[in-house]
Design a protein around this ligand. Sequence first.
Ligand code: AMP
Length: 328
Amino acid sequence: MDILLTGIKPTGKLTLGNYLGVMKRLKTYQEQYDCYFFIADLHALTLPIEPEVLKNNTLDVLSLFIASGINPKKSTLFLQSQVSEHAELNTILMNYLYMGELSRMTQFKSITEKMKNEAIGLGIFTYPVLMSADIVLYNASFVPVGEDQTQHVELARDLVHRFNKKYGDILTLPRTLVNTSSKRIMSLSDPSKKMSKSDPKGDIFLLDDEKTITKKVMSAVTDMVGKIQYDPTNQPGISNLINIYASLKSISIEEVENMFKDANYGTFKKEVAKAINDELTPLKEKYAKIRNSDELNSILALGAKKASERARPILNKVKKAVGLIVNE
Ligand code: AMP
């Protein structure tokens, strides 16, 4: 069975972008692939974060994974920091990606642009190395991500080509799986920007209550055209809402346009808010039960054990290939 892997950073409250971009699909992947889902807590340290916030976010993301239908017995669900092979492989792979390549990553450029007057840790620069290590450590063939992460997976592919050319067929070449319909969910207040935890204006958080969600959708930025049609250039706000509705209902953009061809923006927005709440209310109920249960620690212990058992032989293969001595 092919290996599929994806991770989410516990840097803030998860958004509808995370959910529609990636999370919603994971349950079905579980039936088709050998799945590795992890919480990228080491990646969360690349931008300043308070320890208590990180801890709480980590348990929130873990609970949301389970609430969204991930079965920790069927899939391997774990914390990146609890599988030390990630950090070990990162140290080795650092030498196979180049400074020029890393400085061209759009995520690095936009974060450094935003933080230009602040001290910036090295981790944000080397982020794609650790992400490459995360992927190749399990010989993952498929990596479901939102469109914002595809450049990093491309870099991981370059690394695999480079490494295998030098040492033989050691690493598996990963491929992205991008959800074509909801590859990029945009901010409700500025639909030219993606909905992002690090820029929370215009976000819908998965744990927002129903009233807040409805209020946010009703005040989403639209336009003066007055027609519900998919035209991201001239009607980016309405197009984003169409996309959200289509993803939630698993229908096409055209179907949404047809359904609402005679509706006004107010009516359409009400239906979008209802669709979001219909999806998120049951998710929040499951989340609350799991988040307050004692099971989380044992789920993490099981996940770390399973992940490490898979990762260690692959790491050893890499170590041997580059000339490090492994005691087995
Ligand atoms: P992150 O929150 O950066 O760890 O991202 C977790 C996953 O959610 C990654 O696969 C991202 O590509 C995806 N993602 C984050 N924001 C969005 C968005 N606005 N639209 C679609 N996918 C997203």
